[in-house]
Write a protein that binds this ligand. Structure first.
Ligand code: IMP
Ligand code: MG
Length: 195
C-alpha cells in the first residue's frame, strides 16, 4: 500500500491533534446551546468516507448523543471526480432522532459540495432544532470554499487524496495519513477497469 503513495499531506499526528481541537470547538458549541446538557443531539456521519473521522471525533464529544448513519455515493468505482450525489439510505425511519433534535452532520471532504447539500436538504426536511455541519477536509476550489460549513479541520490543495477513511476505487481507507497516490497507480487501475 505505501509504495503507491506519492506524497503525504497530513500525518496521523497532525490529524489527531486537529480532530481533538475541533471536537472541543463542537463540544463548547453544544454546551452553549444546552447548558444543562438536556438537549437531544444526533450525530449523522456520511458513509463510507467519514467513518474513521466520525469515530475519532465523537470520542472528543462527551455529551449524550445518538448516532444515525447515512450512506451517500458520488464517486462510483475508480472515478476521481464527482458523478453526482445519491442518497442510499431510507431516511423515513430516522424521524424520531431528527425532528426537534440538534443534528451534527459529519463528512470526510468538501469537494463540489453536492454531498453535503443533498444531506443537509434531506435532513432539514425533518425539522431538526439545529443542523450543524463538520468536515475533515475542504478542497481549495471555488465550489468548496463558497459552500457554508460550520467546522473544517483542514483546508487542502485541490488534489485527489486517500487515507483516514477516504478511498480510491474502495481501497486505501485504512491508511492513517491523508496522502496523494502516484499518478501511475490511478492510471493503471483505470486502464484495468476500462479493459
Ligand atoms: P462532493 O459531493 O463533490 O463535495 O464530494 C464529497 C464526497 O466525494 C466525499 O464525501 C468523498 O466521499 C468523495 N470525495 C471527494 N473528494 C475526494 C478525494 O479527494 N478522495 C476521495 N474521495 C473524495
Ligand atoms: Mg463521502
Amino acid at each position: 500500500m505505501h509504495q503507491d503513495i506519492e506524497k503525504t499531506l497530513l500525518s496521523s499526528h497532525q490529524i489527531q491533534t486537529r480532530v481533538a481541537e475541533v471536537g472541543l470547538e463542537i463540544y463548547r458549541h453544544y454546551q452553549r446551546v444546552s447548558p444543562d446538557g438536556k438537549a437531544q443531539l444526533t450525530i449523522v456521519p456520511i458513509l463510507t468516507g467519514s467513518m474513521i473521522f466520525a469515530a475519532d471525533l465523537i470520542r472528543h464529544l462527551p455529551v449524550r448523543m445518538k448516532i444515525r448513519l447515512v450512506s451517500i455515493s458520488s464517486y462510483p468505482g475508480a472515478s476521481t471526480s464527482s458523478k453526482g450525489a445519491h442518497m442510499q439510505t431510507e431516511l423515513s425511519g430516522f424521524a424520531s432522532d431528527l425532528t426537534g433534535h440538534h443534528v451534527l452532520l459529519i463528512d470526510d471532504i468538501l469537494d463540489s459540495g453536492q454531498t453535503l447539500k443533498l444531506a443537509s436538504e434531506q435532513l432539514s426536511s425533518f425539522n431538526p432544532s439545529s443542523l450543524t455541519t463538520c468536515v475533515l477536509l475542504r478542497k481549495n476550489r471555488p465550489q468548496a470554499m463558497s459552500f457554508k460549513v460550520d467546522h473544517v479541520c483542514f483546508d487542502i490543495p485541490d488534489e485527489f487524496v486517500v487515507g483516514y477513511g477516504l478511498d480510491f476505487a474502495g481501497y486505501y481507507r485504512n491508511l492513517p495519513t491523508i496522502s496523494v497516490l502516484k499518478p501511475e497507480v490511478i492510471r493503471l487501475h483505470q486502464a484495468e477497469t476500462d479493459a
